[in-house]
Design a protein around this ligand. Structure first.
Ligand code: ATR
Length: 281
């Protein structure tokens, strides 16, 4: 057994993950002798990874695309959030049990709480664009705060399927977006559109309810075309970086026995790294 705690982020590909920068910052900041490593694990390599998990002495780690669902059979138990999400993003030990959790919804809400304080004091209706894994985390989180959720997706059937999993959520095609936006207190993009290298999300915000908050889970660039358009139209905006930062807190706490803080300094470190990639001001 190695003598310092080692945690990982596993995915395929994994080279662009910012999790090592994030956890590396906390390890250094708190003076913890630990390691956090990026592991490129292929789908075919997943069983071999878990076969040597105990011998390698991993204290746990993060799981990203494409393994968030595929890791579940290798774990002893998954928590309530991971069960609701049908996906795991964080693994840790509880006694002799290997447990999988999902902190994406927590990260999504904590980001809104930080960047738009009191956003949920009056918000009643949310519109989510997309119906993939990120949309599932957003709808789970927003339902936990009591908002009704309209899911709009290019493929209507996926929106209906996802909405069917949650009371208080309804699925729609993109054609309903203008009507739904007129009533929405919160608009959330959960698709990858607007990410550097992808086309922007082409929607007309003219129909959006005045005072609505616009949130994007994309964080490269920090200000997506959607967020820029919303800002120019006078809406409060929330970028996606804080979701990454806040979803990481729980894992670090389990692995290294310290609850880390999401600080201005940490955010700046990641912002600089993102700007270096996008060349954005
Ligand atoms: P994730 O799990 O990361 O959320 P995903 O499951 O691939 O990723 O979901 C991506 C979402 O972006 C989906 O809602 C997808 O719409 P479809 O269900 O119709 O595929 C949406 N999306 C991706 N590219 C899109 C595009 N060019 N136009 C509209 N929606 C798009």
């Amino acid at each position: 057994m190695p003598d310092i705690p080692r945690a990982f982020v596993m995915g395929h590909p994994i080279a662009h993950s910012r999790s090592p920068m994030l956890h590396g910052y906390w390890l250094k900041h708190y003076g913890i002798a630990g390691r956090y490593e990026a592991l490129d694990v292929t789908p075919e390599g997943l069983a071999a990874f878990f076969a040597t998990y105990r011998d390698e002495g991993w204290v746990g780690g993060n799981v990203t695309v494409p393994h968030k669902v595929a890791v579940i059979p290798f774990l002893d138990r998954i928590d309530e959030a991971a069960t609701a999400m049908g996906a795991v993003n964080t693994i840790w030990w509880e006694g002799d049990e290997l447990v999988g959790g999902n902190t994406d919804a927590f990260g999504f809400l904590a980001n809104l709480d930080e960047l738009a304080p009191d956003w949920d004091a009056t918000a009643r209706k949310a519109v989510i664009i997309g119906a993939g894994g990120a949309a599932r985390a957003a709808v789970y989180g927003l339902r936990s705060r009591g908002l009704s959720v309209a899911l709009c997706n290019r493929t209507l059937e996926r929106a209906l399927d996802l909405a069917g999993l949650f009371a208080g959520a309804a699925g729609h095609g993109m054609d309903r977006l203008p009507d739904l936006m007129a009533e929405a207190d919160l608009l959330v993009n959960t698709t990858s559109l607007g990410m550097a290298g992808k086309p922007p999300l082409e929607i007309d915000l003219a129909a959006l309810k005045p005072g609505a908050i616009v949130c994007d889970i994309v964080y490269v660039p920090l200000e997506t075309p959607l967020l820029k358009a919303a800002r120019l139209q006078g809406h409060r905006t929330v970028d996606g970086l804080g979701m990454l930062l806040h979803q990481a807190v729980e894992g670090f706490r389990h692995w290294f026995a310290r609850t880390p803080e999401v600080t201005r300094e940490l955010r700046s470190l990641l912002e600089d790294d993102i700007r270096a990639e996008t060349g954005n001001a």
